[in-house]
Design a binder for this molecule. Structure first.
Ligand code: SF4
Length: 387
């Protein structure tokens, strides 16, 4: 990764931005997980993490010269619901003291059915959170066991019903397809179950195994993900859930505003170990482990943007095109051309025109992939990256 000149950085001006905060703790490691997280080594370590996050937030506030206005907030992990309630109370205060929540449109928090308590849900309900993203993954106990999850389907259903019944919080559910032993019938039952439990947003991910993960090391035979994905693409719109992004489905208006910030290349500030942010065209990474993060905190986070990459204009434009094509709105021709130039738009249109017509929809000034096109998105990105 390229070192970036720190002195060139000017904090984004007035516009509200998005904030991602990473909680690096999980009760145990799921068999397929390659995110950075691990079990906490006692209460003192949780405290150290929070103190470092508080320092990092305060330094950003000082750099900005004011409490930073937020449009969206996403507390992810890891397992944020693993943190004890008193720690959560302190975390809410840290957020409120360092960020201006007046323009907040959405605040999400990730939770696992195995660690979500009533006390925590009540705390979130009484705070600024608007949305809980629950790691359901499956409503089939055998699949949950294969994945190494700590909950069973009954626990996931009870958690979903509790969140969906909240007057303050909406429910988003994550599901995984392509699990060894999974059938189309069990996948359809999971989809149906989360909708019946009141989910207003659904993220569906294909199981991919990195070789260093416990499940990856056993190299199990994975079923072809294609029929599962097609099933979701066919069934969910019939229930009013449009596919608004490669992995995301919701009724219109219930899209995840925070994730849209990534796909629209908006500024995202990152807090916590292994968190990634995007500021003024620079993608940057926080220290990748808790130890490295705490060490950076001890030195006052001297180089907050040191790790990352600063893209040139053309690379940034191509990335903008790829990110836009992940969504159902695709590339807005007029905006794209004004921002990045008509010449590059023509080059992109040239690539897209080589694709079979059933993969591309071009209407009303937008250039987007059809559901069939989204199924082969990776091949399209490869073509665009070659420009
Ligand atoms: S709960 Fe999520 S972050 Fe934690 S180990 Fe499992 S998949 Fe990874």
């Amino acid at each position: 990764m390229a070192e970036m000149p720190q002195e060139a950085f000017v904090f984004p001006a007035e516009a509200p931005l998005s904030l991602y905060l990473h909680v690096p703790f999980c009760a145990a490691k799921c068999g397929y997980c390659s995110f950075y997280s691990r079990p906490p080594r006692g209460a003192a370590e949780l405290d150290s993490w929070l103190e470092a996050v508080e320092l990092e937030a305060r330094l950003w506030r000082e750099r900005a010269g004011r409490r930073i206005p937020l449009r969206t907030l996403y507390v992810g992990g890891g397992t944020p619901s693993l943190l004890p309630v008193p720690l959560w109370q302190r975390l809410l205060t840290v957020i409120e003291q360092n960020f201006d929540l007046t323009p907040l449109e959405e605040a999400s928090v990730e939770a696992n059915p195995s660690s979500l308590s009533e006390a925590l849900l009540s705390l979130w309900e009484g705070s600024f959170f608007t949305r809980v993203s629950l790691g359901v993954q499956s409503l089939n106990d055998a699949e949950l066991k294969t994945l190494g999850r700590l909950h069973d389907a009954g626990k996931a259903l009870r958690a979903m019903e509790r969140i969906a019944g909240s007057p303050r919080l909406t429910l988003s559910a994550d599901l995984i397809f392509g699990v060894p032993g999974q059938t189309l019938r069990s996948w359809a039952a999971s989809l149906k179950g989360v909708l019946a439990a009141g989910a207003r947003h659904l993220s569906a991910y294909q199981l991919t195994l990195e070789p260093e993960t416990p499940l990856g090391r056993t190299a199990p035979l994975l079923p072809d993900g294609y029929p599962f994905y097609r099933c979701a693409q066919w069934a969910l719109p019939h229930k009013g859930f449009l596919q608004y992004e490669i992995s995301s489905f919701s009724p219109p208006g219930a899209e995840c505003r925070h994730n849209l910030a990534y796909w629209r290349q908006e500024d995202v500030l990152a807090l916590g170990p292994a968190a990634w942010g995007y500021l003024q065209g620079r993608r940057y990474a926080n220290p990748p482990t808790l130890e490295a993060y705490l060490d950076a905190a001890r030195h006052g986070f001297p180089h907050p943007l040191a790790a990352g990459e600063s893209l040139g204009d053309r690379d940034r434009a191509i990335e903008a095109a790829i990110l836009a094509l992940r969504t159902r709105w695709g590339i807005r021709r007029r905006e794209f051309s004004a921002r990045w130039g008509a010449g590059l738009l023509r080059e992109i249109e040239g690539v897209m025109s080589q694709l079979p017509p059933r993969l591309v929809q071009s209407s009303g000034g937008n250039l987007a992939l059809t559901p069939a096109g989204m199924r082969v998105g990776n091949a399209v990105w490869t073509e665009l990256l070659m420009l």
